[in-house]
Each structure stands twice: as C-alpha cells, then as structure tokens.
Ligand binder design. Structure first.
Ligand SMILES: [Zn+2]
Length: 152
C-alpha cells in the first residue's frame, strides 16, 4: 500500500507502478503485470489532476458463450482528484472525479477504482459473438422450419 500526502510536497508527482495482482470485484484475472504510469499535478488548493496510462492483460469469460476471453486494457487516465470532504457539495459532474482523503492518499485504492471504471462492462470473445446468438435464435422462426415441423 502506497500512501501519499497530497497536501504537502512538491508537484508534479510522477509514479510508475507494476502490480502483479489487483483486487477489483467482477473483473477478469490479471495475467501479466498491470502497469500504471502517471503524474499527479496540483491545479489549485484542494484540486489535483492525474494523467497517465494503465495497461494490463486479463483473462475473463465471454458473457455470451462462456469461452475464455482475453481482455486487453490499455487506457489513458485523466481524472480530477478532490478531497473526500468535497464529495457532498460538489455539483460539477461533467468531469470524472476521484474523491479521497488527500492527506492519506492511497495510490492503490485510486488504481483499483480507475481500473473498475476502465474495465469493459461487456466481455465478448469476438465482436459478433452476440450477433451470432441472435441470428441462431431467428432461424427457429424461419418459414421453412415451420413447414418442416408440419411435415414431421
Ligand atoms: Zn463468445
């Protein structure tokens, strides 16, 4: 666990983290290291910005055919960071904002939350896996099938 005090120190803070495991519910199993390279900048008092990149390979299951499916994450991080005390009186919702105690900023918690946001909601083994299922469903209603049913 890596804790930063964002109320003190000099900025920007650059970090490069390699994680072998990560505990995020409802995502695939991390195959190789998860790499995070980013920079935290102080915009103003109580307002920070983290920009960088997250990369990792996960083994998941196609939600349609249940086949093992590789999920490759390679996403930019671009998020506003504010103190937890701001969460209730913050009306700006156009930005993605991460709230945490700035004095005890848990970098791993930040990474877990970012990964949960980045990770795809729908995991499919191929682009058209779902479509294939739908067309198979349609076949049952084709006219010749009905005729064949009448004959039998
Ligand atoms: Zn599939």
């Amino acid at each position: 666990m890596k804790i930063l005090n964002l109320n003190e120190g000099s900025f920007p803070i650059n970090f490069s983290i390699k994680l072998e495991t990560i505990d995020v519910p409802n995502i695939g199993k991390l195959q190789k290291d998860l790499l995070i390279e980013a920079e935290i900048q102080k915009i103003s008092k109580d307002l920070y910005r983290c920009a960088g990149h997250m990369k990792g390979d996960f083994k998941d299951t196609c939600q349609n055919c249940l086949k093992d499916t590789e999920v490759e994450i390679s996403n930019d991080i671009n998020v506003t960071i504010k103190d937890l005390t701001e969460i209730h009186h913050d009306s700006s919702e156009q930005d993605q904002t991460h709230y945490q105690d700035l004095e005890y900023f848990d970098l791993h918690r930040f990474i877990r939350e970012e990964l949960a946001i980045i990770y795809p909601d729908i995991v499919k083994c191929s682009e058209n896996c779902l479509e294939r299922e739908i067309s198979r469903g349609k076949e049952k209603n084709l006219p010749f099938k009905k005729i064949r049913d009448l004959i039998e």
